[in-house]
Design a protein around this ligand. Structure first.
Ligand code: SF4
Length: 212
């Protein structure tokens, strides 16, 4: 399969669609540096875009630097990030992340090092590599995992396995396009349940046995 064509076709099918309630990182007001992107990505875990946006916005308006955030009280952090799921655990994690950023002089430009930090798994670390450091990385969330496996590009049981398999299949030049493309495609066409295969531009190439 021509993978550049695949991503371009997916983007083409959704480019005129509206995404109410969905907010892209580039549409947010805060700085797009590794610290802000890491904190916002931790807040986004298992949370709707709009709630992530409100919580991040409140948080960064009050504490916009790692120094300020590391010295904030847990109670205040909890109240600022309350719109997101698991806000108590996330408040604790972002305080510690802020402290580590101060101690290290920045966010590590390395996935393995980043994943030693609280609430930072491979998905979050890859997001930071892609969107903050602009390094080739593949951020595999539930959409990327589902679509890659349905298409038959990979055959993997977990998102982490899918990430490793996609690294072998896609040329590095395309890695950073995969997440942004497949997430929106998965929200509009290749839905988790009842995918809209009749509207899918890559249907002929798809190995999904239940496509209609
Ligand atoms: S044909 Fe259906 S299952 Fe396959 S990628 Fe398109 S929408 Fe998803």
């Amino acid at each position: 399969m021509d993978l550049r064509w695949l991503l371009t076709s997916m983007r083409g099918s959704i480019e005129r669609m509206a995404f109410p309630g969905l907010i892209d990182e580039e549409d947010t007001w805060w700085e797009k540096d590794p610290f802000h992107i890491l904190v916002a990505t931790v807040l986004s875990q298992r949370t709707r875009d709009l709630n992530t946006y409100h919580a991040s916005s409140e948080l960064f308006q009050r504490f916009n630097t790692p120094e300020e955030m590391s010295e904030a009280s847990i109670e205040e952090l909890e109240s600022l990030v309350r719109p997101v799921g698991f806000y108590r655990a996330k408040a604790k994690a972002i305080k510690e992340i802020a402290r580590l950023v101060v101690e290290n002089g920045g966010v590590p430009r390395d996935i393995d090092e980043m994943t030693r930090w609280p609430m930072v798994g491979r998905k979050t670390a890859n997001c930071v590599m892609t969107y903050a450091f602009k390094e080739p990385a593949i951020c595999v969330d539930t959409h990327v995992h589902r679509i890659s496996n349905r298409l038959g590009i990979v055959s993997c049981a977990t998102p982490d396995e899918t990430e490793m398999a996609l690294r072998k299949v896609f040329p590095k030049a395309l890695w950073c396009e995969i997440n942004g493309t497949m997430v929106r495609f998965g929200q509009k066409i290749c839905l988790p349940r009842n995918p809209r295969c009749s509207q899918c531009p890559v249907r002929k190439e798809c190995a999904y046995p239940d496509k209609k």
